[in-house]
Structures are given as C-alpha cells and as structure tokens.
Design a protein around this ligand. Structure first.
Ligand SMILES: NC(=O)c1ccc[n+]([C@@H]2O[C@H](COP(=O)([O-])OP(=O)(O)OC[C@H]3O[C@@H](n4cnc5c(N)ncnc54)[C@H](O)[C@@H]3O)[C@@H](O)[C@H]2O)c1
Length: 414
C-alpha cells in the first residue's frame, strides 16, 4: 500500500468509471493509476489525465493492472464482475501488489455469486469495499448528525421510505435480465434497500445491526410492457423485451427488528425505470417519534428556464442532471452530482480506510447481505407471499435461489 495516496486501478471504462473519476477530483488520498477494459480504456485514460486525477496507464489485462496498483475497482458490467474478481484474487495469491478491492453494486447477481465474492476476498486476504453510494450521501449523513438529540431523546426512526427512479438505463446489457441479474429491482432496488436499512439503524450501531425479519415485494412491467415502448426498446437498444422481459417497477416492504429492544421498523421502497419525468430522482424519507427528514435530489438551488422563443437546448443535457429527459423548459440542474450522490465520500472512505489497512465502511459481507434481501424480494414477488427471513429453510433456499426473471423466464410471471 502506497503511503499518502492510494493508487487505484479501474476495470471497466464506461459510465460509472467516468463518474468516479469526477468524484476523485475531490479526494486527496486517491489517484487513478491504471485502467483496463476490453473497449475504450484510452478514452477513460485521457479523461482522467484531463481531470488531473492520475496517470491512468492502460494495461492489457486485469492481472497486469494488479501488478501496479494498491486497489482495484470493479466497474464492468454485472455479467463480468465475478470473473474479474476471480482474476484479482488469483493475482493477489500469486504475489501481485494489489491488496484491496472495490466492487460497484450489485455484489453478484444472486446470493451464490455474492458469497463467492466474499470467499475469494477472504482467501486472498484482500481488503474490501462494496460501493453503495447513497449511504455516503451528505444529506443522509448530515440528517443523522443533526437529528442525534431527537434520536437520543425519543428513540430511532421507525419508518423509512426510499425510492430511486428514472426512465431507463443507458446501455443494452442492463435490459437483458440474464446478464444484468434482473430488471430495476436488481439494478436499483439494492440502493433503496441499503439506504433505508442504514437510516433505520440506531446511531452508533453497525450497518447490519437491525435484523431483517420479513420481506414483501411486488414487481411489474408497466411502461416497457406496452407494445409501443417494447418496439422502441428494440429499435433503440436492440433489446427484444417480449422474449426475456424484466420488471421496470418494484415496490415492497422490509420489516426489521432491533435485537436489543425488539422494536420493529419498516422500510417501504419503490424503484422504477418508468419515471418519465425530469431525470434521475433519489428520494429518502425517515420518520421517528416526533421528528423526521426528507431528501429529494430533484430539488436543486439551480433552475434554468428555456422558453419556446429561445428554442435551443441547454449546453450539455447529461451533465446537467443524470438521465435527464428534457433540454428546455424549466430544468432542475445539479451542479455537482458526484458529490450529491455520495461518490466523493465513498471514494474518500475507501481510500482512508484502505490506507489504514481496514475494510471500507461497507465491506463485501455487507454487499452479500443486500444481495440476499434483493433475492428475498424476487422470491416474494414470485410466490406472491411474505418471505419469513427468520425461517432457516428460507435462508437455505436463498443460497441457491435464481429468480425466474434472471433465468430469462420473466414472461411466466410479468
Ligand atoms: N452506483 C450507481 O448508482 C451505479 C450507476 C451506474 C452503474 N453502476 C454499476 O457500475 C457497473 C458498470 O456500469 P456502467 O454503467 O459503467 O456500464 P457501462 O456499460 O457504461 O460500462 C461498462 C464498461 O465495462 C467494460 N467491460 C465490458 N466487458 C468487460 C469485461 N469482461 N471486463 C472488463 N471490462 C468490461 C465495457 O467496455 C465498458 O467500458 C455495473 O455493475 C453497474 O451496476 C452503479
């Protein structure tokens, strides 16, 4: 491990890799020293150098990257993540320099894959950080500190409502449930479940303190199930959603129990790819006895207005707001999305802790716990029943459970 500044290597050179490069501009203890991707690493490398956040040398394999950096971040598509982890662990076992690994959500597409991530990291003695940005969001962290007196006087939050919604992902692979792992529940449900669980946890307790005891979930194909939208998807992304459909809407309730006080807390989550409004919306609300908080990322201090007579689009629609759907009219603009969404703080957390030879705030074991909750949600939707997580038979079933939608059999239930 390099003292002072963590040398990071990135696998994958797409959307999230570029987002993290912007975030790392605000992190003093991390530089992007190398990149590997089968396609487009040069573009990422040039971007990193332009931002001044590292040399980002292009390597020809994961193995070679591992020889030169302290930590590797897995930012490739879900279908390639576990194979990448296998390569990182093998390189470490063979004596490569790498000693820590980051994985973007989700940690594997089902519990079996997530367990393998955890095992590989343990066997190779790798430090780990599971990247769930929403927990690191400043509004989430600040509300916890500001509401400390209320929590201490009245007790912790007992109801959280969390949502992540936009009009659909940017790359075809996200739409194929057999390679992505599912639809919006796998892609974004993991965020809302994680941040909801986190805010319900009493202050000072670890992220897995509250015990999840039951899950109830419903999934549906709303917008993209309609003929017109299915055809548009086929035309624009080359995805035939009539063959292997996945949910574009998921909602559910997870019940938690405080192991010390036995107090029950509930998380309601909603995630969709059919939010045909401004662009990405993250919403979190928490209610405790006599107090609460609310976060809505579509409320910005910067609004732009472009009327009909001006009739031209804004300068850069995508950098104004992630997945924005409009370029004129009344526009809400976020001026620092990497910071707002928590990417700055999660990179800072990983860099600081890795340099102190510690795991990230959210190690891979936490990613496994989130994966298990997402799989329990799919199980509940398939069985149309509440899943009792205190039942040892259910826990055993979850270890090998692969949702019908992930198997490409979504048409049987959607
Ligand atoms: N935290 C968030 O909110 C968030 C947002 C977007 C994506 N993600 C996650 O980040 C990961 C990447 O998503 P993305 O949007 O950047 O995807 P993307 O398709 O934009 O980019 C993927 C990159 O990986 C590369 N790649 C493809 N196959 C590979 C392989 N076998 N080995 C190594 N690299 C390979 C591609 O060439 C591309 O550069 C996914 O796991 C996704 O779930 C997280």
């Amino acid at each position: 491990m390099t003292q002072g500044s963590l040398k990071l290597g990135i696998v994958g050179a797409g959307f999230i890799a570029h987002f993290h490069a912007r975030a790392i501009q605000s992190v003093r203890a991390m530089v992007i020293d190398g990149v590997y991707a089968p396609r487009g690493p040069e573009r990422l490398s040039a971007y990193v150098r332009k931002l001044g956040v590292g040399d980002a040398k292009v390597y020809n394999s994961v193995r070679e990257l591992c020889e030169h950096v302290d930590a590797v971040a897995i930012y490739c598509p879900n279908f390639a993540s576990l194979a990448t982890m296998e390569e990182i662990a093998a390189a470490r076992q063979a004596g490569a320099r790498v000693s820590a690994v980051i994985c973007e959500k989700p940690l594997g597409r089902n519990v079996k894959e997530a367990l393998r991530f955890v095992q590989l990291a343990e066997e190779a003695h790798l430090l780990t950080a599971y990247f769930e940005n929403q927990i690191h969001m400043k509004p989430i962290q600040v509300q916890r500190e500001q509401l400390r007196p209320q929590q201490e006087a009245m007790g912790p939050l007992t109801l959280a409502r969390c949502a992540e919604e936009h009009a659909g992902p940017h790359k075809p692979w996200f739409w194929d449930p057999t390679v992505q792992g599912g639809g919006v529940l796998c892609d974004m449900g993991c965020h809302s479940i994680a941040v909801g669980w986190y805010v319900l946890n009493p202050l000072g307790k670890p992220p897995q303190f509250l015990e999840p005891i039951s899950v109830s979930c419903d999934v549906a194909l709303l917008k993209w199930g309609q003929k017109f939208w299915r055809e548009k998807l086929l035309q624009e992304q080359g995805v035939d959603y009539s063959k292997t459909p996945a949910e574009d809407y998921a909602t559910g309730v997870i019940t938690f129990r405080n192991p010390e006080t036995k107090q029950i807390a509930k998380l309601q989550f909603t995630d969709s790819w059919m939010y045909d409004k401004q662009g990405l919306r993250l919403y979190m609300e928490g209610l405790g006895p006599g107090y609460g908080f609310e976060v809505n990322t579509l409320q910005s201090p910067l609004n732009l207005f472009i009327g009909d007579s001006a009739a031209t689009a804004i300068g850069d629609q995508e950098s104004a707001l992630e997945k924005s759907t409009a370029s004129r009219g009344l526009l809400s603009v976020q001026v620092n999305e990497p910071d707002l969404y928590g990417y700055v703080d999660e990179n800072r957390d990983a860099a600081t802790r890795f340099l102190q030879w510690d795991h990230g705030l959210l190690p891979f074991s936490y990613g496994l716990a989130i994966n298990k909750l997402v799989m329990a949600c799919y199980m509940s939707a398939e069985r149309k029943s509440v899943i009792d997580l205190t039942n040892p038979t259910i826990q055993r079933e979850l270890e090998s459970f692969v949702p019908l939608i992930q198997q490409g059999r979504g048409a049987e239930m959607l």
